[in-house]
Design a protein around this ligand. Structure first.
Ligand SMILES: Nc1nc2c(ncn2[C@@H]2O[C@H](COP(=O)(O)OP(=O)(O)OP(=O)(O)O)[C@@H](O)[C@H]2O)c(=O)[nH]1
Ligand SMILES: [Mg+2]
Length: 382
């Protein structure tokens, strides 16, 4: 049986309502921030956000997530604004909850995970990241098959259902398991290819540029390497690792690998699937952690990245914090706070080239410290 027969058409103009759930322990700001991020995610996935709603709850209703009273309110918004999609700011919504809500609201319902999977599916370019995304989709879908009546045909198309995994519509569990197996074998081959490339560079001083999505990692690698990587004001512009050579000073260079961005609540299957890409971080001699200094919730962004780094055993690696997008700050208030809190960080702007020399000096410091007897404790601020 050809699994691609039922390929669905992607819809580029879905009009959606996004809904945040606020539990007693959540602050209004954190729920708002997460909802703003979800809005950007939906837009990146090609949809439009027409309205948003925050609903207070003590707990998730096992059948319909929210209370019955809200169903009418949401139903009215859907009708008035002719919406086609409701997106909950929740991961791992149960299939039964989706089915119940869709029946009551007469509208498609998805969660954060589906949106992120969708973006990854759109962004995946290399053979390796395409396999990784498809694997993540299938692993996400597999345990949900039962709740969907055993087949995937109810998905119906649109945001949250696109990507390589969409080929598996109307396909049964056995088919999906076979496909997962075949993809895993393919991925292993790709990974050994990547390992060979990495080993070829083993003598080089290589760093990894990591950070929250949209922090400016690719822009920074561009300016450091004077190269032309794909930069865009959207989440997850980069899904593949790229390695570039960067001149530090006379006769001294480093290799720098640009990596996929992190985000709060990254679906666990995706983290798992992108492990091989993350291997580039693990194998790096040092890390440049890029932080968007203008982001509303810097501390949570930093913590998200640090937690991910810890989960791949990279917490102890030499790390240079680079606070980017300094040009977006009005007054020096936030900058002073950063300097006080992170005295070793470099503050600059990849777009304007500020802080780049200081950053190169810091890298050079790390490189020289690798040599026996070297002494380099200097810190640079910009
Ligand atoms: N104002 C300003 N914008 C910047 C700066 N650096 C990057 N940007 C912008 O921020 C957006 C994201 O930049 P990218 O370099 O793609 O960010 P990234 O971290 O690689 O993002 P992902 O690969 O999507 O995770 C783009 O619109 C950049 O032009 C900066 O120093 N100042
Ligand atoms: Mg990037």
């Amino acid at each position: 049986m050809d699994a691609s027969v039922n390929r669905i058409k992607s819809s580029e103009d879905e009009k959606s309502l996004i809904i945040g759930i606020r539990f007693a322990e959540n602050s209004a700001e954190s729920v708002d921030y997460s909802l703003k991020e979800l809005e950007l995610l939906v837009k990146t996935a090609g949809g439009g956000v027409c309205d948003s709603l925050v609903i207070k709850r003590d707990r998730i209703d096992p059948a319909i997530i929210i209370g019955k009273g809200y169903i009418d309110i949401i139903g009215q918004i859907i009708e008035e604004k002719k919406l086609t999609l409701v997106v909950f700011d929740l991961n791992n919504i149960r299939p039964a909850q989706i089915r119940n809500l869709e029946q009551m609201l007469k509208c498609r319902v998805v969660g954060r995970t589906e949106i992120i999977l969708d973006i990854f599916a759109k962004r995946a370019r290399s053979a390796e990241s395409q396999i990784q995304v498809e694997l993540a989709q299938l692993k996400y879908i597999l345990p949900r098959l039962k709740g969907l009546g055993g087949v995937l045909s109810r998905l119906g198309g649109g945001i949250g259902t696109r990507g390589p995994g969409e080929k598996m519509l109307e396909t049964d569990r056995r088919h999906i398991l076979n496909r997962i197996h075949a993809l895993s074998v393919k991925l292993k081959k790709q990974q050994s290819h990547r390992n060979r490339i990495r080993n070829g560079r083993s003598g080089e001083f290589t760093g990894a540029v990591v950070g929250y999505t949209n922090a400016g990692k690719s822009t920074l690698v561009n300016i450091l390497a004077r190269d032309d990587l794909f930069v865009e004001d959207m989440l997850f512009a980069t899904l593949d690792s790229y390695t570039r050579s960067v001149h530090l000073s006379y006769g001294e260079k480093t290799l720098l690998t640009d990596t996929v961005g992190f985000i709060r609540n990254l679906p666990s299957h995706l983290v798992e699937s992108f492990r091989s890409t993350l291997e580039d971080i693990r194998n790096a001699a040092y890390i440049i952690h890029v932080v968007d200094i203008s982001a509303p919730d810097i501390e949570t962004n930093i913590k998200t990245v640090e937690d991910e780094l810890a989960s791949i055993d990279c917490a102890e690696k030499d790390t240079i914090l680079f606070f980017n997008k300094k040009d977006l700050l009005d007054a020096g208030h936030r900058e002073n706070m950063i300097v006080n809190k992170y005295p070793d960080a470099v503050i600059g702007s990849a777009r304007e080239g500020a802080g780049i020399d200081a950053l190169k000096d810091r890298i050079l410091g790390l490189k020289r410290a690798e040599l026996p007897g070297a002494n380099n404790n200097s810190a640079y601020y910009n």
